[in-house]
Design a protein around this ligand. Sequence first.
Ligand SMILES: Nc1ncnc2c1ncn2[C@@H]1O[C@H](COP(=O)(O)OP(=O)(O)OP(=O)(O)O)[C@@H](O)[C@H]1O
Ligand SMILES: [Mg+2]
Length: 347
Amino acid sequence: MLNKFLGKFSKDIGIDLGTANTLVYSSDKGIVINEPSIVAVNMRTDEILAIGKEAKKMLGKTPAHIQVIKPLQDGVIFDFEATEKMLKYFIDKVHREYFSLTPRPRIVIGIPLDITEVEKKAVEDAARSAGAREVYLIEESMAAAVGARMPVTEATASMVVDIGGGTTEIAVISLGGVVNWKTLRLAGNELDNNITQYVREEFNLLIGEQLAEHIKIMIGSVTPLKDQMEMQIRGRDLVNGLPRSVEINDSQVREAISRTVAQIIENIKRTLETTPPELVADIYEHGIVLTGGGAMLRGIDREIAQATKIPVRIADDPLTCVVRGTGILLADPDLLNNILSPGTEAL
Ligand SMILES: Nc1ncnc2c1ncn2[C@@H]1O[C@H](COP(=O)(O)OP(=O)(O)OP(=O)(O)O)[C@@H](O)[C@H]1O
Ligand SMILES: [Mg+2]
C-alpha cells in the first residue's frame, strides 16, 4: 500500500549495467545516462577521481597511484565496491534533479542469464545501497527483446542475440520466459583483443585497448566491403621501443577477428539445434534480432543470416535496447510481473 502511494511520486529508474557501458532510463525523461562502466580511483587516498566518460579518458595514461577500474567483467560484478560507487553516482545524478522530498526510486535492472544467486544478490545489494527503494531484476536478453519490441509474452518464439562488450547472450524467448539460451564470454572486448594481437604479430607493434576498439569501429567488418577502407595507426615498435605508425586495412581487421566471429555464429547455430522445431519455425518467421554494440559490426547480420538460413534484423539503436526495454517495463507493471526473473519480488 505504502509502495503504491510512494510509487505515484517516485521517479523510477531502469538500468543496463553493462561490461562496457552503463545506461540509465528515468520514467519521465527517457535515457538520462549513457556512460562507459569505468571508475578512476586515487589509490593513495581511496578517493574516486572520475566516473564514466571522464574515467575512460584516463585509460592507459595514469601514474602508478591512480587506478582505472572496470568494475564489471564478463557481464557480472567483479569489483563490488567500485560498482556500488558508480551506481550511486549515476543514481544520485538522476535523483538530485528532483525535489529532495521525492521518495527513493524503484529500480529495474538487467542481469545476465548465467548469473549465480550470489552474483544476483550482489547486483541487488549494489542497487539498494546506491539508493534504490525496490529492486527488480530482469534478464538482459528479455529486456533487449522488449526494447526491440518483440512479442515476448505471446505463444510464439523470438530469438535475440545481444553482442555486448564482455558477453554474447543468445536467447530464445516465448510466453514471457527464456526457453533456451547460451552465453559466451566472447564479444566486443575479445574482438579488440584479437586486433591488438594481430597488430603485434603482423606489424611488431604494440597498441592500446582504446585504439584497438577504435580500429574495430572505424574499419571492422565481417564480410568484404564494397570499398576498401584503411587507417593509419600509431603504436610502440616492439623491437626498438620507439613510436611507429603503420597502415591497416579492412581485410586485415576481418582476418584478425574472424575466429571470434565464427565462434559466435557457431554458438547461435548450436542454440538453434537444441531448440524445439516448432519454436525454430517461429524464429524463422520473426527473424533473429541482434542487439548490443556488436550488432553494429559491418556485415555481422548478413553472415549470421547466411549461416543459419534465417532472416536477421539489427534492432534500432542496438546499444540502448536493453535500457529502453527496462523503460517499457517501468511503464507496464503487468508486463514486468509477467517476466520478472525467478526469485525476485513482484511489483
Ligand atoms: N559501430 C560499432 N561496431 C562494432 N562494435 C561496436 C560499435 N559500437 C560499439 N561497439 C562495441 O560494442 C561493445 C559495447 O556494447 P554494449 O554497450 O552493448 O555492451 P555492454 O552492455 O556494456 O556489455 P555486456 O552486455 O557484455 O555486459 C563494445 O565492445 C564496443 O566496442
Ligand atoms: Mg549489455
